[in-house]
Design a protein around this ligand. Structure first.
Ligand code: GAL
Length: 363
């Protein structure tokens, strides 16, 4: 980590000395508007959060005086690679990237490194690339522990006799975050699974078995319908106490499957989520999702803009974690924002009073 950070930092310093200015952008051409261009590559518009992330990044960067090239890649890796290539050849001075597949950007980012274009991994760590300079996300392990602890508390696992039946659902295994979400939750739940107090009757307990391609609602619904059928879960069948879901888009698929199987708010299993997407907030209000984890995308965007500004001035960007996120080439200095648990009782304060949603958004 130290080597990587200090290598990059000394590059900043050397550049500053050479051009007699403190800007890492000083060596390159500016956009025709005269403004410094920032490339922002987002994975998809099909999930709500990335639309918010992209919009927040664009407005906050523009307010700070940059020109923004914002692209969405429709969850297609070749599209994301070619969009990043275009950003590099189009004169972007910093790249901010939320990867579709964390392992697929090694080649294209060699070009960024060759041109001394700093790369900030946005929310998802980019793996196996020494071109990545910084990472900004939320504390993803903590997200998982929130979900695991929620189930532990609601089922009273510490003292109740059990056994309880739960199932496990996580996201796309090409997303490095999944390791943190899943392992964070399992750090709480695994002791109970090992002791037999908690049973996973499908037998699907590994990350690979619990994974959901592209975090897709449809995929998670399909898998969960199969689990319901094969185990025989149902309001008048085998009791299902809780479903650990790593995020809202997968939770929505599980909810659909459970509703189709006859569950109502009166007997709904405890279901976790993450993102506070609008459909999930509505489901929480309707009593068919117990909790979600709120990650304010405005805060993350704000932190990344601070990073970009610091790079522009030749300062060291803000980081608060220099131990956790190794992308295969070394530790990437990170800033991890704080996630918070949201239950129905918290919706007003966390999501409405904070201005994140209007009441109409979630009714
Ligand atoms: C993760 C992200 C989550 C969730 C998921 C699906 O990388 O951290 O907030 O949105 O992707 O998009």
């Amino acid at each position: 980590m130290k080597m990587k950070f200090s290598k990059f930092f000394s590059m900043v310093v050397v550049l500053s000395m050479v051009v007699g200015s403190v800007s890492v952008f000083a060596g390159g051409a500016r956009a025709s508007s005269g403004k410094t261009k920032i490339g922002v590559s987002m994975p998809t518009q099909s999930l709500q959060r990335w639309n918010q992330d992209g919009a927040n990044m664009k407005s906050q960067l523009e307010a700070a005086g940059y020109q923004v090239d914002l692209q969405y890649a429709n969850n297609e890796v070749p599209t994301q690679v070619s969009q990043i290539e275009n950003m590099i050849t189009g004169g972007a001075k910093v790249l901010v990237i939320a990867a579709i597949d964390g392992f697929s950007l090694t080649e294209v980012l060699k070009e960024a490194k060759a041109k001394n274009i700093p790369v900030i991994a946005y929310d998802r760590l980019i793996m196996n690339s020494d071109a990545v300079n910084y990472y900004a996300s939320f504390d993803n392990f903590r997200v998982g522990t929130f979900q695991g602890t929620y189930i532990e508390t609601k089922l009273n696992l510490k003292t109740a006799a059990g056994p309880f039946n739960i199932e496990l659902v996580t996201g796309d295994s090409a997303d490095n975050n999944v390791n943190f979400f899943f392992n964070g939750a399992l750090s709480i739940l695994k002791p109970y699974i090992d002791s037999g107090k908690v049973k996973v009757l499908s037998g699907q307990t590994t990350l690979a078995q619990a994974a959901t391609l592209n975090w897709s609602t449809e995929e998670s619904q399909k898998r969960f319908e199969n689990i319901i059928t094969s185990v025989g879960y149902g309001p008048s069948g085998v009791k299902l106490d809780a479903v650990l879901c790593s995020n809202d888009s997968t939770a929505n698929g599980v909810t659909n499957a459970l509703v189709n199987a006859g569950y109502t708010r009166a007997n709904f299993p405890i279901l976790t989520g993450q993102d506070c997407d609008k459909p999930s907030v509505k489901n929480m209000n309707a009593g068919i999702q117990a909790m979600s984890v709120f990650k304010d995308t405005r805060t993350l965007a704000g932190k990344v803009v601070e990073m970009v500004n610091a790079l522009a001035k030749g300062d060291a960007p803000p980081v608060n974690d220099t131990q956790t996120y190794n992308n295969g080439t070394g530790i990437i200095p990170s800033f991890l924002c704080d996630p918070i648990v949201v239950e129905p009782k918290d919706i007003q304060a966390a999501l409405i009073d904070s201005g994140y949603y209007t009441l109409a958004d979630i009714q």
